[in-house]
Structure formats: C-alpha cells, structure tokens
Design a protein around this ligand. Structure first.
Ligand SMILES: Cc1cc2nc3c(=O)[nH]c(=O)nc-3n(C[C@H](O)[C@H](O)[C@H](O)COP(=O)(O)OP(=O)(O)OC[C@H]3O[C@@H](n4cnc5c(N)ncnc54)[C@H](O)[C@@H]3O)c2cc1C
Length: 418
C-alpha cells in the first residue's frame, strides 16, 4: 500500500532522529525509514563528545558553537516532553582539556587556541602548575594545556533514542527494517517519493540522513555525493573510580588527525591508520580510549596494531592506565567528506532531495544544529548559521562529485590489505 508524508527521512541515526524531531515540531508530517534498527549504526559507535575544542575557525566551528548552545535547550525540552520515559542521556558539560607533549605541539596548540578565542570560543590556557589540580592522574610530561569549558558529552544511543521518542510525541512515524531501494520521480525528474522494501512512500521531500551509506543512497536517488566511510576504533576499559579522568582529555595531535581528510602521516600504524589519544570517562565507569582514522571501505575487522597504538598513546597521557584492564574494543564508520564539512541542504540536481550527512567524527555533537538548519531551510526561516558552506554542490566538492572520486566505499589504494 502506498503511504504519504510531507517529508521522508532516510536513516534513524542521530542525524535523522534530530531532523525528524525538528521537522515534526514544525508540524510537518514526517516518516523516518531505516533499513535496520534505530541508532544501531554509526551512532552506536560514537563516543558522544560535543566539541568546539577540536575545530578550527570556519563553518564547522560555527555549526559546533550553534550546537553547544542548542544542546542544553534540547536536553531540557526532552525532559519536559518525555518525563519518566526519557532515557538517561548522560548529558555532562564536563569540559575538554587539550594537552601537548612536545615543544612544537605546545606552540601549535597555543596558536590554535588563540585563533579560536578570536571567534569567541572559551579556550583557556592553563598554567602547567595548575594541571594536576584539574587532572591529578595526567602525566607530568605535558608541555601545554588548554581548557575548553564548553565541551560536553552525551550517551549517543540514548540521545538518539530520546530525540526519536520526542519526534514520535510530535507526530512523526518511525519505520525500522525498511530499506530505501530507489526513487519515485515525476516527468520533470523531481523526486516524488521512494521505493522501499515495504512498498512505495510518496512525499515531496526526501532527506538523505544515511550516515556513511549516504553516498550509496544518494547514488540510488540519482544525485551522488562524496560521502565515504572512515573507520575508527575505540578501546573500553574496566570501570575505574570516579574522577580518575575528569575532562575529555586528548593530545593536540587529535586535532590534526581529525582534520586530515585521508592521507598518511607519521602517526600511521602498520596498517595505515592515523591514531591519536582521546581519553574520557563515562557515567557507567569504564573509560573510552580512542581513536583511529582510516579509509578501509566497510571492512569492519578490528586491527590489533591500531588498538595497540591507541593504548600506548593513552598510557603516555595517563601512565596509571597501564594497570587498567581493557574489557572490549569496537569500531565504526564515520561518514567522511573530502573537504571535511558536512553536506546539508537541498540538492539542485534532483528537486525534492535534501541531504544531512557527512558529519565524520562530529555527528553526535553537530546533530541538533544540523537539524535546526534543515528545518529553517525547508521552512524558509532565518538560518542559525550560514548554510552556504555546507551545500551539496559547493566548489570544494566539485572534483570529487564529478569524478566520483570521493563517492566510493572502497579502501584507498594505499591501505594495507589484512
Ligand atoms: C569511533 C567513533 C567515534 C566517534 N566519536 C564521536 C564523538 O565523540 N562525537 C561526535 O559528535 N561524533 C562521533 N563520531 C561520529 C558520529 O558517530 C557520527 O558522525 C554520527 O553517528 C553519524 O550519524 P548519522 O545519523 O549520520 O549516521 P548513522 O548513525 O550511521 O545512521 C544512518 C542510518 O541510515 C540507515 N540507512 C543506510 N542506508 C539505508 C537505506 N538504503 N534505507 C534505509 N536506511 C538506511 C542505517 O541503517 C543507519 O541507521 C564517532 C564515530 C566513530 C566511528
């Protein structure tokens, strides 16, 4: 049976969930379709950091700053809307502490923080003598530290589930185990719906929020975008006493690794992954220790050399971790884009098609501002940030979009085969 909606959102990860909530709140009739279970893909593999600290001045930082303003409001609204049904989303504005371990790293971190401060980010240089008071278990070998009080954290699956529950309360429908197979178009070529494994869905607006599969979905719908999976792995330790690690702590290398859009670096492991050290506590007690970055298509094998490098770097920051057992490791696929900016907005090639994807390692944090921007663009309201840098056909993506270079799930040629 054919079904109708004002807007069909493809993907029930945190981006689709946040967009569905915003649009349903504006009295649109919204249906979310996911081929699997809600919040079971990349969103289940994110660490849940909501960061301004790792972003250089520019459009992504603007979106991140909008998100850190919107998250507390969203958390309060979710509490009011869902009451006792609200899962504990572990919202914690714990703040970030970025540290350097070399003289060159200290200079780089200082310059980066200065640029951020000029745009209004609260980036506070910390006297080395004050660091033990902030993080008693941190190595004494660090050369610089900057504190970012705006950095926060949520539990990503719980947050996505809460956003979806709120979307349902506002009238959205969520249909799991329903894969989008292809477009329904009218004679002019405009999108009029999607064919799915559960039959046709008619709608004038289709929002592609399919995370690392957004490139595939866009291809299916006739307008390729260069979203590629970028593998990341994380170690989970046994529970540690509260306050063992107080902030989200990472080495300044992390910023370079995040921004690196796919090449090699001295920090690569034998299998070619970029690694950097990110250590954070969770409400349940285990520490999350990340992370790595590598284009290996959708190869989901865990690599021991990558995990060993991640562990070694974490122990360099927190020597006491050498005695803490690792209880598990996991990996996921970040939705990466060659110019490292998300793709948000209408697709001029196929009227009716919109994208909200390509958030790489920041989709949890950026979800609420992305959703606000999508709502504002669809309803032609003033936007929370300038949407132009995120448009699908921007010059920075022209080469990848026209050649299809970025539009592939395959590993890069330089990645080692296992
Ligand atoms: C190791 C790691 C650590 C991370 N840490 C952080 C962090 O600390 N902070 C942060 O902000 N971000 C982090 N991220 C990134 C973050 O997890 C992602 O940016 C975010 O989850 C992307 O959400 P999404 O909704 O776009 O994608 P997903 O959660 O992958 O959702 C996409 C959905 O689309 C569905 N789908 C795909 N194809 C179809 C189809 N044909 N039909 C129907 N449905 C379809 C999938 O089933 C899936 O449920 C991390 C990622 C990784 C891998």
């Amino acid at each position: 049976m054919a079904v109708r909606a004002d807007i069909v959102v493809i993907g029930a990860g945190i981006i689709g969930a946040a967009c569905a909530r915003e649009l349903a709140g504006a009295e649109c009739s919204v249906t979310v379709l996911d081929r699997a279970a809600a919040a079971s893909a990349t969103t289940a593999h994110g660490e849940g950091n909501i960061l301004v600290s790792d972003k250089a001045p520019g459009p992504e930082l603007d979106l991140a700053r909008a998100s850190v303003r919107l998250w507390p409001q969203a958390v309060a609204e979710l509490g009011e809307e869902l009451g006792p049904r609200l899962p504990d989303i572990e919202w914690d504005r714990k703040g970030g502490l970025v540290v350097a371990t070399t003289a060159a790293g200290a200079a780089g971190l200082g310059a980066f923080a200065r640029e951020q401060r000029q745009t209004g980010v609260d980036a506070q240089p910390v006297d080395l003598g004050d660091v033990p008071g902030l993080e008693p278990n941190l190595s004494r070998d660090i050369t610089a530290a900057v504190r970012y009080p705006e950095d926060a954290q949520v539990q990503p699956v719980a947050a996505a589930e809460a956003l979806l529950a709120s979307a349902r309360t506002r009238g959205a429908r969520v249909r799991q185990a329903t894969a989008v197979l292809g477009p329904i178009r009218d004679r002019s070529g405009a999108l009029r719906g999607v064919h799915t494994t559960a039959g046709p869905w008619h709608t004038p607006v289709v929002l592609n929020a399919a995370g690392p599969w957004a490139g595939r979905v866009a291809r299916l719908l006739g307008a390729p975008v260069p979203v590629r999976p970028r593998r990341g792995m994380v170690l989970v330790t046994a529970r540690v006493p509260p306050w063992t690690v107080r902030h989200k702590v990472y080495d300044a290398d992390y910023v370079a690794t995040v921004a690196d859009t796919g090449g090699e670096s001295e920090e690569t492991t034998a299998s070619g992954a970029l690694t950097s050290s990110v250590v954070e506590s969770t409400a349940a007690g285990p520490l999350l220790v990340g992370s790595s970055r590598r284009h290996v298509g959708f190869d989901d094998r865990l690599r021991v050399d990558v995990l060993a490098r991640i562990a070694a770097k974490a122990v360099r920051l927190f020597p006491g971790l050498a005695d803490v057992p690792v209880i598990r490791a996991y990996g996921g696929f970040r939705p990466g884009v060659p110019d490292h900016l998300p793709i948000i907005g209408p697709d001029e090639r196929v009227p009716g098609l919109w994208h909200a994807t390509g958030h790489e390692g920041a989709g949890i944090g950026l979800s609420v501002a992305t959703a606000r921007l999508i709502r504002q663009m669809i309803l032609e309201e003033p936007p929370v940030v300038d949407p132009r840098p995120f448009r699908p056909l921007r010059p920075g993506l022209a080469a990848a979009t026209s050649t299809g270079a970025g539009d592939t799930d395959r590993p890069t040629s330089s990645s080692a085969s296992p």
